[in-house]
Design a protein around this ligand. Structure first.
Ligand SMILES: NC(=O)c1ccc[n+]([C@@H]2O[C@H](COP(=O)([O-])OP(=O)(O)OC[C@H]3O[C@@H](n4cnc5c(N)ncnc54)[C@H](OP(=O)(O)O)[C@@H]3O)[C@@H](O)[C@H]2O)c1
Length: 166
């Protein structure tokens, strides 16, 4: 099973402000939408509640919450309550590519559990105010290549370093 992370952060790791993105870069949003379209997306409940509804028409979705009563009210969406439950359902769907799309809380858990194979991280060049932070130190030992550079942002593909244990 191959899981790719895909998120955007400012130089300090800011990824969110309230329930939204701190910035508006239509071409970066298009990069995200075109990359995940038709595939499986995984996200935390907070990101699920702030994402545009048409995203869930384009992708099969897995949403993480510890709330056993949570109802996503969207088709093609599966709710899981733990990493163990997630590991149990995913092998059924592996003919599609799998993307972990955030937010910072779910990304931290997936990175610490070693579940992410590679990560498309957009670095927004400008600093923004925000209250949701992705810990960029989690990528310290990950080799990367630059995929795209524009005036406003740089997209890098980070690859999980080989530890010899997997
Ligand atoms: N820049 C980007 O690329 C990007 C991408 C996505 C989101 N965002 C932004 O990030 C913010 C939201 O991110 P966030 O970090 O606050 O939250 P989040 O990661 O989207 O969701 C966190 C929630 O996921 C559930 N969860 C986490 N770990 C779990 C586990 N092991 N088992 C079961 N459920 C688990 C919990 O839901 P319950 O509380 O329901 O139990 C938790 O409160 C928003 O501002 C959004 O706009 C930015």
């Amino acid at each position: 099973m191959h899981i790719t992370g895909i998120m955007a952060a400012d130089p300090r790791g800011i990824v969110g402000k309230g329930h939204d993105l701190p910035w508006h870069y239509p071409d970066e949003t298009a990069h995200f939408r075109n990359t995940v379209k038709g595939h499986i997306i995984i996200m935390g409940r907070c990101s699920f509640e702030s994402a545009p509804i048409d995203l869930f028409e384009e992708c099969d979705t897995i949403v993480f919450t510890r709330d056993k009563t949570f109802d996503p009210h969207t088709p093609r969406t599966t709710v899981v309550h733990s990493i163990e439950a997630f590991n149990a359902i995913l092998p059924l769907k592996t003919n599609q590519h799998v993307f972990m799309i955030g937010g910072a809380d779910l990304a931290r858990i997936f990175l610490k559990e070693g579940l992410i194979n590679d990560f498309l991280l957009t670095t927004i060049h400008k600093e923004y105010e925000g209250d949701v932070v992705l810990d960029l130190d989690l990528f310290t030992h990950w080799p990367f290549i630059v995929v795209e550079k524009t005036a406003n942002y740089t997209i890098r593909r980070y690859t999980k370093p080989y530890t010899g244990t997997e």
